[in-house]
Design a protein around this ligand. Structure first.
Ligand code: MSP
Length: 514
């Protein structure tokens, strides 16, 4: 059985910023976790390249839309490589495979009687590529997200008959697991309770879009085309573009991970489109919060973005991945604060985890022949750190599939804190000084090293590079495919050589993180 998850398909109006990186990193952590749990994962990401927003950006830069898309798309591909993103697919909505899929899908909706012509009037936000029907826009036609004036539209379009799906969508969104976190369900329930209105799916004034078959002069509304990109990605396996194949290649998706700004599209419009085309609906839509800076959504249009390349070059992927996943409750908004970023990286990764590993392996090498100490199985099994370690494993395995990264990260950190406390209480250095207690010192150090091994392994989905460095410091295989057999207390071999310790995590200085 395939486990499919997706990031949104990002607009290519500009290169990725920390907000889009945040969603992608979170998905990556989930994808890595599911693989380690032994599942066959298809992790999809990609770009959304059509529409007025892209058309305008390209024209402002004096280049053709496709040249613009090629440039920005390349920057996404490079960014995800630099951020250690383990996506299996990268879809472009300008790819040649996408158009036949969109046509096929549209045809199914037309045959189902869910497409009609009509007149569309209203206030439009080009940044969101969305009509804003909030009553407040009548008084102040401005987009609260982009803080830009809305544009009035009045045109003949094709409509998707969303109103045909009122009951079925209500049933879907009332399912307890469909919208996560639960706190976001209410907002969608209220929206649906207000009555579903048909939405326009074609444009007559936007050239940069896919042509609607049988409707000359119309291009598809960018959202209609973009959502279908998820399907194109799954069919991009060398086989044919045939919607009937989808259920064999990972559809329905297990999880669409998106920001809260586009929840309505994914939890209401998209399932209705799929129902119309006779395809199963997504299993879950997770709408996370915004990353803010000084309390404002970080976004390309607002010009308050943090450049992920700068952070990456100065601080490394692990530092930023750790901060994003450990400090912010995924689902809620989170404010990026430089001082806190530096403090957490230094305290959690460099001190609590890095120093623990370093000093314990140094002691072990010094007193036990450059190796892990030799202990008998009984002493290992009854070790004081075993129970907290097993509890940590349990917490991580329960939290990660729910995207509760913060809980998982804190549990891992807690194990390192406990191991540090244990080491300080046992003070093996004093026992060695007194002499005659080597057996007890061996047990003390073994337990701490074994905790470090488990910490290193459990960190794998969250900070993969740091995890590798920790494991290699303990002479453990860096590439673990399925971690089930490894996540067992006592797997660290007694008397196994230990490499010369090097710091696994560099400390950050505040200036580096600006
Ligand atoms: N192209 C559409 C999505 C189509 S999906 C079929 C789109 N693109 S976007 O480039 O604007 O990206 C939106 C997504 O980027 C958000 O839903 C969220 O996942 C992520 N983020 C953008 N800014 C963000 C923050 N400031 N904070 C967190 N996530 C952010 O909408």
């Amino acid at each position: 059985m395939i486990y499919t998850l997706t990031t949104p398909l990002y607009y290519v109006n500009d290169k990725p910023h920390l907000g889009s990186t945040y969603t992608t990193v979170a998905c990556d952590a989930l994808a890595r976790f599911q693989r380690l749990e032994g599942r066959k994962v298809v992790f999809v990401t990609g770009v959304d390249e059509h529409g007025q927003k892209i058309q305008r950006t390209a024209s402002q830069q004096g280049i053709s839309p496709i040249d613009h898309c090629d440039l920005v798309t390349a920057s996404y591909e490079l960014a995800w490589k630099n951020w250690d993103i383990s996506n299996d697919r990268f879809v472009r909505t300008t790819s040649t495979r996408h158009l036949p899929l969109v046509r096929q899908f549209f045809q199914r909706c037309e045959e189902a009687g869910d497409i009609r012509s009509g007149r569309q009037t209203g206030w439009y936000c080009v940044g969101c590529e969305e009509f804003k029907d909030d009553p407040a826009t009548a008084v102040n036609p401005s987009c609260p997200i982009h803080q830009k004036p809305l544009e009035w539209r009045d045109e003949e379009n094709l409509f998707f008959c969303l109103s045909n799906f009122q009951d079925r969508i209500e049933d879907l969104i009332n399912q307890p697991d469909f919208i996560a976190p639960a706190s976001r369900r209410k907002e969608i329930q209220n929206f649906v309770a207000g009555g579903l209105r048909d939405f326009s799916i074609s444009r007559v004034n936007v050239e940069w879009g896919l042509p609607v078959p049988g409707h000359k002069g119309h291009t598809f509304y960018v959202w209609f085309d973009a959502l279908l990109g998820y399907l194109t990605a799954l069919l991009d396996d060398g086989g044919s573009i045939d919607l009937d194949r989808l259920i064999n290649v990972g559809w329905p998706v297990n999880e669409h991970v998106i920001g809260k700004d586009i929840l309505r599209f994914h939890a209401v419009y998209w399932p209705a489109m799929l129902m119309s085309a006779g395809l199963p609906t997504p299993r879950k839509v997770f709408g996370h919060g915004f990353l803010t800076r000084e309390g404002q959504k970080m976004g390309k249009s607002l010009g308050n973005v943090l450049d992920p390349d700068v952070l990456l070059n100065r601080c490394g992927t692990d530092a930023v991945r750790w901060y994003l996943l450990r400090d912010i409750q995924f689902g809620d908004d989170g404010d990026f604060q430089q001082q806190r970023f530096v403090d957490l990286v230094n305290n959690d990764l460099a001190n609590t985890i890095g120093n623990l590993l370093n000093r314990t392996s140094s002691m072990s090498r010094k007193w036990f022949n450059e190796s892990t100490p030799i202990v008998n199985p009984d002493d290992s099994n009854n070790h004081e750190l075993r129970e907290p370690a097993e509890l940590t494993i349990k917490t991580v395995r329960e939290s990660m599939p729910k995207m509760a990264f913060q809980k998982a990260a804190e549990a891992i950190l807690q194990l390192a804190i406990q191991a540090n406390g244990y080491l300080n209480d046992q003070a093996p250095w004093s026992k060695m000084k007194k002499g005659g207690q080597e057996g007890q010192v061996a047990i003390d150090l073994y337990g701490v090293l074994e905790s470090c091994r488990l910490v290193g392994l459990l960190l794998k989905p969250i900070v993969p590079e740091l995890s590798k460095r920790i494991l290699s410091q303990l002479d453990q295989p860096a590439s673990v495919e399925n971690w089930t057999t490894e996540l067992v207390w006592g797997r660290l071999e007694s008397g196994q050589p230990l490499p010369l310790p090097k710091p696994v995590m560099q400390r950050l200085e505040l200036e580096e993180a600006l």
